[in-house]
Design a protein around this ligand. Sequence first.
Ligand SMILES: Cc1cc2nc3c(=O)[nH]c(=O)nc-3n(C[C@H](O)[C@H](O)[C@H](O)COP(=O)(O)O)c2cc1C
Length: 401
Amino acid sequence: MEILKGKKILLGVSGGIAAFKACELLRLLVKSEALVRVVMTRSATKFVTPLTFSSLGAELVTADMWDVGRDSLDHVKWAEWADMFVVAPATANIIAKMATGIADEVLSTQLLAFSGPILLAPAMNVNMWNNYATQRNIAELNRNGVHFVGPTRGHLANLTIAEGRMNEPQNILGRICGILANRSDLTGVRILVTAGPTIEPLDPVRFISNRSSGKMGYAIARAARERGADVTLISGPVSISTPPEVKLIEIETAFQMKKAVSDSFKSVDAVIMAAAVADFKPKTYVRQKIKKGEKGLSLALVKNPDILEELASKKGKKIMVGFALETENLETFARKKMREKKLDMIIANDPTRKGAEFGSDFNKVIIFRKSKKALDLPLMPKNELAHKILDELVLLLKRRR
Ligand SMILES: Cc1cc2nc3c(=O)[nH]c(=O)nc-3n(C[C@H](O)[C@H](O)[C@H](O)COP(=O)(O)O)c2cc1C
């Protein structure tokens, strides 16, 4: 694998029975001419010895934070050295430490000090995997751009068949290559991403809105920046932190969204509209809080501007990507929207499907592209899906050039 040649990889190994598979992963990395240093937890050394990794071609191996002074190891030096950090296997324990920022031994400390891409290959007993604490920790790491591979369903250590088995070294290697390759393919591309809901005020204290969390749009903005794009993110009110090095423009209403999009539109190469812009707004805004009164209240609503439709006429050579959220006839409605709004690609999802509900860190979508087969993707974390969407965008940009 050409991409791995000369790449500096930290291979973290934590204390699970799958630690023996880390040896095979190291062998594959070394065969591809990557430079690998291995960081082990104390528990990992109960399963495999540091000597095994040195013998298989690791440049350096440590399992001790107090190894200071040897081979330029101090508590952060290796983290500064590496291009990528892979933890395989990742125990429930190391995942929990990462999610909470604990740095109490050499692996968790180096992970906390590392600012590049991190890939985790979890492996554990099925009940540990399904435990709410593990799932909460994974969701937290996902939100912060940590990549995951697996686990898969298969024979666990106690010979039961269940989810929790570490993914195969060959697949982990594939993900490492994917992540490293993706790091620069959008360099110089200017991308506008919209995210979150809009809110349409009724009076000074009330509004109508929708249940969009903004997670998908933020994941796309983060992933696009990671791949080198110059990203502007126009966002409705959400409670997610802004991805690093992304220009954030905050808006509340559909009208503000329209203005912000029009202002930025001219100077970008691609637009990804992941925001859930309210279709309607109250006909009148009441300046004082509406009193409860004796009777009910009827609201008159008027249509908001259709931002995509207005952009379609000024599209030129820009790539336009839209989202379609439907609870029925997904394909028919999505393809119709793609045609009418002159989109190059549309990502359709149904929030009533299990696992892809509003606010979830996962999504299950079908990507429709002009004159190409639909891409029906499995349920996956939103940050992984963001990269899949960007892979398609890269192809569209190449074709346009
Ligand atoms: C035989 C054995 C196998 C284990 N396998 C796993 C495993 O696959 N995944 C896991 O999360 N923990 C597993 N554990 C528990 C961890 O070793 C334990 O939680 C430990 O504290 C993890 O430490 P570390 O994350 O610092 O490596 C296993 C323990 C034993 C004794």
